[in-house]
Ligand binder design. Structure first.
Ligand code: DC
Length: 228
């Protein structure tokens, strides 16, 4: 069967990663969560004192970029890659609210994007990959054979994210999470560099009222047509 690139973009907490992971498992493809890479750079910046409130020390971060080593290590129990930052497994740490609060600003920096986009393009060279993010269908793989743009209402997304954070023991309120989700949408959509937008040829999937099984049914017929 021919191998393709599947680009999945959309708003935060839409379930992009779960969906991308399920498609990758079904096809035996590699799954890459590019948000984790932006989160890794953000965690590095926080740890090195480059994030103060909403201010990022952009000049210092850009200068340090070549020394920020990012990779993935396959985690059998998650059936996905854990993010490795300079040799340390930081998969849990990059999901904290502290990182979530700063990541949109870090990912708006052109030099950060250029470095991570180049890494992502290298990962897709052999095809057979499902990559999720914000600019995969528009910038990373504009020629991807299948592009999906995911969305869901802010309320639905905030509730999903809140549940995840509480399950991890984070002390947050639903209001905090809703604000964070809405603020990230605003920054992602309005940044100058690769703003979040639907590629003209991306299929739209609003999963506000859909289970993962229903989403898999939706994609099944599309994949059958594309791969046969
Ligand atoms: O998917 P996520 O919520 O883990 O992504 C974290 C942040 O990274 C999000 O605010 C937008 C940014 N991001 C991006 O700018 N481009 C990508 N390809 C992936 C994520």
């Amino acid at each position: 069967m021919k191998k393709i690139i599947i680009a999945i973009d959309g708003y935060s907490s839409c379930g992009k990663s779960s969906f991308a992971k399920a498609i990758a498992a079904k096809l035996g493809y590699i799954f890459i969560d590019t948000g984790a890479m932006y989160r890794g750079v953000t965690l590095w910046a926080i740890r090195h004192g480059m994030v103060t409130g909403s201010h990022i020390d952009e000049a210092r971060l850009v200068e340090a970029l070549p020394s920020i080593d990012i990779s993935f290590a396959y985690n059998e129990s998650r059936k996905a890659g854990d993010l490795i930052l300079c040799g340390e497994n930081v998969e849990d740490r990059i999901r904290s609210i502290e990182v979530s609060d700063a990541v949109s600003r870090v990912s708006a920096i052109a030099a950060v994007r250029a470095r991570l986009v180049a890494m992502q393009q290298a990962m897709g060279r052999g095809k057979g990959i499902v990559m999720d993010g914000r600019d995969i269908g528009t910038t990373v793989f504009p020629d991807a054979e299948l592009k999906i743009f995911m969305t869901a209402s802010v309320d639905v997304r905030a509730k999903r994210r809140y549940k995840e954070l509480v399950a991890k023991g984070e002390k947050v309120t639903l209001d905090d999470v809703r604000r964070n989700v809405a603020e990230r949408d605003r920054i992602d959509e309005t940044r100058a560099e690769s703003p979040l937008r639907r590629a003209a040829d991306a299929l739209l999937l609003d999963n506000s009222d859909m289970t993962i099984d229903e989403q898999m049914d939706w994609i099944d017929s599309i994949l059958r047509r594309l791969l046969e």
